[in-house]
Design a protein around this ligand. Structure first.
Ligand SMILES: O=C(O)CCC(=O)N[C@@H](CCC(=O)O)C(=O)O
Ligand SMILES: [Zn+2]
Length: 335
């Protein structure tokens, strides 16, 4: 296969469904699902996904740039790799989703929505991860990096969102996220239906949603803003040296979720409000009927405010910044 992105956008299966070169063998499993196995046994299994939302194109372009030299046999592969373009139909139409946000449907939540294409696709992606990780060697390290872009501009252009994890985060994983030049890490404290929650909860993977800039159509992205992330991904994939960490990302955790239930929902933030905008205690953030959302802590920061989400879905998250002492639990290197 020459170009996985073009192949996926074409909507056609490739003429050849598997192949190999001096460094690896590859197998096309389904639309937007490709595994690559290195000739040399690897210590790590990595799922690298993008295009879960069809309008978030910068990471899709980046992923394809990293993948192409592997498929051409120009770079060695240092990990067992599963590459996923999450929602090909939405990528073709340039929309976040066709009928329902797929990133709310993982962990079996696809069973709760009517027959929408995203429900089928969430099931297919869960099966792909299941099969990929079933083939894991004992003690193989499992990581899942799901690449997105935010709808709005942000005070932090590059940041990571980590799912609820009942185990401590591996130090090497947090180190990699810092080396990828993420400015902030946001820790969820409740379960959710995202792809990264699914990997972490059901497959014990260290997983993170990487948010790289603002959503723009194909061809309009300035990938130089994400050079740090691209370099860190290249280091991981090709077994190259990881750049030194220049700054520790700021750490936040989620304190409350704003949920839209229906037509009465009002979000008291304009379209100009950036991600990580701070609000003082007592600020009325949103209301719907009798329900009112206020800032509860001395200062909270908003993330992903969106009054247009479907009923029952999150219309924003409120965050608190952690002090260095409070930091989220990290495993010792031996853990
Ligand atoms: O900018 C926005 O409003 C959404 C950007 C985006 O798609 N973010 C992910 C975050 C997933 C997570 O919580 O890990 C999403 O909303 O699905
Ligand atoms: Zn997204």
């Amino acid at each position: 296969m020459q170009d996985f992105l073009q192949q996926t956008l074409s909507g056609q299966p490739p003429a050849q469904r598997q192949g190999s070169n001096a460094h690896l063998s590859w197998q096309w499993h389904d639309e937007g699902i490709l595994s690559l196995t290195p000739v040399q046994p690897a210590q790590q299994a990595l799922v690298l996904s993008a295009g879960i939302h069809g309008n978030e194109t910068a990471p899709v372009e980046m992923l394809n740039l990293l993948l192409s030299p592997l498929l051409r046999g120009e770079k060695p592969l240092a990990v067992r790799l599963l590459v996923i373009l999450g929602n090909p139909a939405a990528l073709r139409s340039g929309k976040r989703y066709q009928q329902y946000d797929i990133n709310r449907l993982f962990g079996g939540r696809w069973q709760q929505v009517a027959d929408v294409p995203e429900a089928q696709r969430a099931l297919r992606l869960e099966q792909a991860l299941e099969n990929f990780w079933r083939a894991c060697r004992e003690r193989e390290i499992r990581w899942h990096l799901d690449l997105h872009t935010a709808i709005r501009g942000s005070y932090h252009t590059r940041f990571g969102v980590l799912p609820l994890n009942t185990r401590p985060w591996p130090a090497a994983f947090l180190h990699w996220l810092a080396a990828a030049k993420l400015e902030a890490l946001v820790f969820h404290r409740a379960p959710g239906g995202t792809f990264t929650h699914y990997s972490c909860e059901h497959h014990d993977a260290a997983s993170c949603t990487l948010e790289l800039g603002k959503a723009l159509p194909f061809g309009r992205n300035d990938l130089s803003q994400f050079h740090g992330a691209q370099q860190a991904l290249a280091a991981l994939l090709y077994g190259e040296t990881l750049s030194a960490v220049q700054a520790r990302p700021r750490h936040y955790h989620v304190t409350q979720q704003i949920t839209r239930h229906g037509e009465e929902f009002v979000l008291h933030m304009g379209p100009e409000t950036l991600n990580f905008t701070a609000f003082p205690q007592g600020t009325l953030l949103a209301e719907e009927g009798e329900t009112r959302y206020y800032v509860q802590q001395a200062r909270e920061y908003v993330l992903f405010p969106n009054p247009q989400v479907a009923p029952g879905l999150r219309a924003g998250l409120m965050l608190v910044e952690e002090t260095a002492q409070q930091g989220s639990r990290v495993a010792s290197p031996a853990e």
